[in-house]
Structure formats: structure tokens, C-alpha cells
Design a protein around this ligand. Sequence first.
Ligand code: AMP
Length: 428
Amino acid sequence: MKVLVLGSGGREHALVWKLRQSPRITKLYCAPGNGGIATEAECVAADVKNVDGLVQLAGKLNPDLTVVGPELPLTLGIVDEFQARGWPIFGPTRAAARLESSKSFAKQFMQRYNIPTPKYAVCASKDELQEALKLFHPPVVVKADGLAAGKGVVIAQSKEEAQTAGEAMFSGKMLGGAGSSIVVEECLQGEELSLLVMSDGERVVPLVATQDHKRVFDDDKGPNTGGMGAYSTDQIIDAQMLDWLVAHIARPVIAGMKAEGAEYKGILYCGIMMTATGPAVLEFNCRFGDPEAQPIMMRMESDLLEAMEASIAGRASAGDFRWSAEPAVCVVMASGGYPGTYEAGKLISGVEEAERVYGVKLFHAGTNRRDGHYYTSGGRVLGVTARGKDLPDAVERAYDAVMKIRFEGMHYRKDIAARGLKRLRAGK
Ligand code: AMP
């Protein structure tokens, strides 16, 4: 069986690595892939923004299944194009992916189905924003409506700051069309968690819970990034809370989308804030998170291919998944300057030594390979991911491997999984 994975980040490397363990797959392609993925799959040139080009590519490669990693091709309708041709593809349609591509759609949808989410207002002009801000007490969150690659959210400490951030989004200079409409939202306090579920349009199967680390510096300081690390343990939430989240968030979303004629198949990522008054949804994503996919794949012991096929065929079940009880931790190593501007082309040393650390797997994001060496080619460079007998063990292995890697300007957070370790120490 031939499988094509679309994308080029750490998430796609983790998916390729996991799919490669499936005994039924005889050929794996990744488009466009990266330096690390090239050691596990055949990488083919592609532009994930160009759906017509991807259709042509799939016409040539003729895969039995295509797996879409990033949100952009999903929101541009790649699944609809493949479905129209009868080609098997894993992911939601363009209409279903609106849960991620339009924050105002997602907020209004949650309101229609009583899914807990912070109070909000949708604004399409400076004046509307000024009026809306009268209803909120700072701090207040200002979000671009469209896709903004993690750069469309500002937590403003004053109404003036919120107005300035909103006006910058409207101007189009910062985010193009993504900011032509914005959502203003009450700022919540609490611990965040990511709950990913797989759906076949009707049934919902939760994956293991994760927590990610969005800010660039330790102690959640500095600007937001695409994600500086993530970890997964069974202790992030207990079984009772997991059932609650599935019953009050994931299931109503899937049922609501079906009722509205936009059946949702694939991965639904629910970004949740656990507040003192209960959980609330901050965002939905229509695909695996990156880096969350990396610890999730490290803990998955069942066949990812079987689960994806079951989702497409409308027969998803919890029986499709088996998980290791061992925690997994992913530390992202980034280029100097990321999430701002950075230089690429830096030689990476120590990759082989790092991979020899027991329980460690390196997922590549922004790397390419030339003459037997790896070089940086993006902001997030490597996801150093480890499994361990317990969380301290997984953390130690991940950082042991990190210490063996060098490239000019590299930086990483030193506190990945700190909240999990604190919870352990507190005996919770
Ligand atoms: P989003 O893309 O909507 O998840 O926002 C990115 C990040 O901004 C989240 O992971 C949170 O850390 C933060 N954030 C978003 N919305 C809120 C909110 N209403 N209250 C507090 N923090 C938020």
C-alpha cells in the first residue's frame, strides 16, 4: 500500500515515523518533507499552498491514502478535491475545517451548541471594536478571524492596547486578509491542555492528552510561537474529566457539524483552558498539533494507518488505539531569533549522538540534508522527543539528547513538562 503525507514539519516527521511502522505500507512519500523525513520516506517537491499542484502530484504518485499534516491545504479544500475524484484522504473538508479557519465561525458555533467558551464579540471595523471593548474588562484577548500561524492572538493589558492591536489587524499589514474581521474575547486564567480526538463524522475517540508550551521563553515569558515543546502523560487529566470533555465539547462539536451539513472527519484539536469555574474552549484546530503530535506518536502503540482508515470509512472506535503508559516529552530546538527573523543554513552537529540516547527520537522540522550533514532551514529546527518510565525519566532523556546537539544561535526552553513535574511532586 502507498501512502502520501503532506507537510514538512516535526508533526509530519512524527506521522511518517509512525506510519512507517505499519506492516501494510510498502511505500511512503512525503511532500515536500525535510532533511530528517528524507531518511524515512521518499520526499517529493510540493507547495502545500497549491491545491491544484497537490492534486496533480497525487494523480502521478497514485497513493492509496493521503494524510494531510498542516491546516492550510485543509482550509483550501484539498479533501473536497480528493473526495470528488474518489481518492482516499484523511482530514476534514473545507466546510468542516472552518472550525479553525474562522474564529468567528467557531465562536458562534460553540454558542449555538452550548459549548463552554469565553465571552466574545466579533468586530469588522475600528468603531465596532471600540464599542465592543466597552463590554470587557482588561486584560482582553484580540484575535484575527483567519489563519495566522500562531501570530494572530494578542493578550492586551488595557483597552488602548486592545484597540491598537485590533487596528493593526484590520490594516492588513500584519496578517493580510486574516485580520479583516476580529474576535475580542474575555481573558481566562488557568492551565491549558490540548485534547485531540479522532472522528469518523459521528463517533469520537480521544487520543492521550497533551500540554504544549507556546511562549518562547521559560516560565511562559516572551511572544507566542508555533510551540516550543509538549508532553503527554496519563496524569494531565483523570478519566472522569476526560469523559466530561468528550461529552461536553468533542461530541457536541462533531454532532453539531453533522447537523449543519459539514460532517467532520479526521483529527479535531480542542485547545482548552481549565479555569476555576470549569473548562472552556480557546480554539479548535482541524489537524494534529505541532509539536503535540510528536509525544502523541511516541506513546501510540497501535497502527495509525488502521485508525485513519477507520475514520475515513465511518467506523472509528476506541479499539483502534493502544497507548503506552509511559510519558513522552518533546523539546523543540529553534533557530536564533525565532519566532522573529532568523538565519538559516547553520550546520547542525550531534544528531547521531542524540539519537543514541535510549528512548529518544529526533523529529526534524526545519532541516535539510546536504553531503551527509544536516543544516537548519526553518525557525523550529528539531523536536527532540523521548519516552521514559516516568515523567522525570522522559524529561531527563530528552534534555540529555538536547545537550548533544549544536548549531549556531540555537535556543530551547529548559522547563518543558515543568507543570507535570510539579503536579507529580504535589502528589496529584
Ligand atoms: P488560540 O490560537 O486561540 O489558541 O490562542 C493562542 C494562545 O493564546 C492560547 O494557547 C492561549 O495561551 C492564549 N489565549 C487565547 N485565548 C485566550 C483567552 N481567552 N484567555 C487567555 N489566554 C488565551
